[in-house]
Design a binder for this molecule. Sequence first.
Ligand code: SME
Length: 152
Amino acid sequence: MTCSYEQTLAHIRDTVPGRSPEEAVQVAMQAIQDRHPRYQWVGVYVLRGDVLELGPFVGKPTDHVRIPVGRGVCGTAVSERTNQVIQDVRAIENYLACSDTVRSEIVVLLWHEGQIVGQIDSDCDDPGAYSLEDETFLRGVAEVLAPLVAQL
Ligand code: SME
């Protein structure tokens, strides 16, 4: 199924009520991957102290289940307090590879009550897969999920 980002965001808003935080985040990740094929791996990292811990995700298992702040694209997003849209990860020195075939990565921070509580991360094997439109979409998803991730 392919849908517009607006439809997917509306679907995620509708599916959250009545679910546990863990289940709601898992269902949201699955909805993104099902509807938007470029989100080949998509998951949430939860920030605990100075470490990002892997939360619900869809895609192949990753070795990177704990990422210190400042390491990789994920840790850089937290240390620089900015979202990351990487067109080709081969150009990034501070990159933690999940797989040799990944080329694009996007990280959008989850803000709750003025604090970073985690992030949404996605990878794609195609270069240049993510744009400002994807960042805008994930910011919308992040608004819905941040209060839930704060409870994980
Ligand atoms: N590539 C990330 C690590 C997480 S995996 O992509 C799931 C990074 O450089 O931080």
